[in-house]
Design a protein around this ligand. Structure first.
Ligand SMILES: Nc1ncnc2c1ncn2[C@@H]1O[C@H](COP(=O)(O)OP(=O)(O)OP(=O)(O)O)[C@@H](O)[C@H]1O
Ligand SMILES: [Mg+2]
Length: 298
């Protein structure tokens, strides 16, 4: 049995927007999956359905075998989630917040205290455990939420942009905490706009675009799917016959092998455009699948 199974999930909101158009994928237990997609791709909509906060228009999601629509209470016992725009209660301290959350989830007092302390330490929040949350910075508040869901010990975690607004070091502190939590065999699905975060953390990636799954597979498969070794970014509109290119506003991106990079650079310079060459990464698969592609030749 999969930890998460999404089958042909559709969502049409009341205003007529169709946010999901048949989303199917599955996640095995103990895996950490990054759900990637541009703004408005449907990530939050899917997470809200999977965490029993929103009904799908069609299709099913099962969490550890329980259907999120027909059996929401069984699902709620097994999951914990961080909403995209969530923040912990301002009037409590981080310790009080995590501790009371654990009591509500059914832990006894001494176990709740122990778990709260451990999770806050894991997120390097010890210096702040007695500060009122309202006085903490946005990034620290976000880390309190991460500590809270990790402390829950829930079997499946949904994290909608857990590192939103975090500085580069704080992000790494969250990554470390998530890796630690994974060792305890939790299954996690997170969304992020940081490709380095997905590369550093995820076992698998799912790329959604306009409500559809464009790619799902391991990081290794994602890297292979990029095909070319180099990305040449030209800061201007450049057309060269015989090359696939992706046009963004004021920029043209070419995917090529080593031999061809020089040709493109020369042509860019001849036109007076700046250009950079980078080795390809997950970001390139993302750009290829979600950017506006212009195919020419092969
Ligand atoms: N409550 C709502 N009512 C109507 N339309 C909505 C609602 N919530 C989201 N949408 C629309 O559904 C689509 C998907 O939105 P969603 O928030 O799921 O995207 P997302 O992938 O999480 O984007 P982001 O990366 O910006 O968080 C968008 O077109 C959005 O405008
Ligand atoms: Mg979102």
């Amino acid at each position: 049995m999969s930890a998460i199974a999404s089958r042909d999930v559709w969502k049409r909101y009341g205003n007529g927007v169709v946010a999901l158009r048949g989303v199917s994928f599955s996640v095995e237990r103990g895996r950490l999956v990054a759900l990637l997609g541009r703004n408005g791709a449907g990530k939050t909509t899917w997470i809200r359905i999977a965490s029993t906060q929103l009904l799908p228009t069609k299709g099913t999601v099962e969490v550890l075998g329980f259907d999120v629509v027909s059996d929401p209470w069984s699902v709620r016992e097994l999951i914990a989630m961080i909403p995209q725009e969530g923040a912990p209660l301002d009037i409590l301290t981080p310790f009080e917040f995590v501790y009371s959350y654990l009591l509500i989830r059914g832990y006894g007092r001494s176990e709740a205290k122990k778990r709260a302390r451990e999770a806050l330490a894991l997120l390097e929040l010890e210096p702040y455990i007695k500060t009122t949350i309202g006085e903490l910075s946005g990034g620290l508040k976000r880390r309190v939420l991460v500590a809270t869901v990790l402390a829950s010990g829930a079997e499946v975690l949904f994290l909608d942009e857990p590192t939103l607004g975090l500085d580069p070091l704080a992000r790494r502190s969250v990554w470390r905490a998530l890796r630690e939590a994974k060792k305890m065999s939790g299954t996690m699905l997170l969304t992020t706009h940081y490709m380095d975060e997905a590369e550093s953390l995820a076992d698998e990636v799912i790329i959604v675009h306009q409500g559809k799954v464009m790619f799902s597979g391991s990081l290794e498969e994602a890297r292979k799917a990029t095909n070319h070794r180099f990305r040449v970014e030209v800061y201007g509109d450049l057309e060269i016959d015989g090359y696939d290119r992706i046009k963004l506003k004021g920029m043209t991106i070419f995917y090529v092998g080593e031999d061809e990079t020089e040709d493109i650079l020369k042509m860019a310079i001849a036109k007076g455009y700046d250009a950079t060459v980078k080795t390809t990464s997950l970001e390139d698969l993302f750009i290829k699948l979600t950017g506006e592609k212009i195919e020419e030749g092969v």
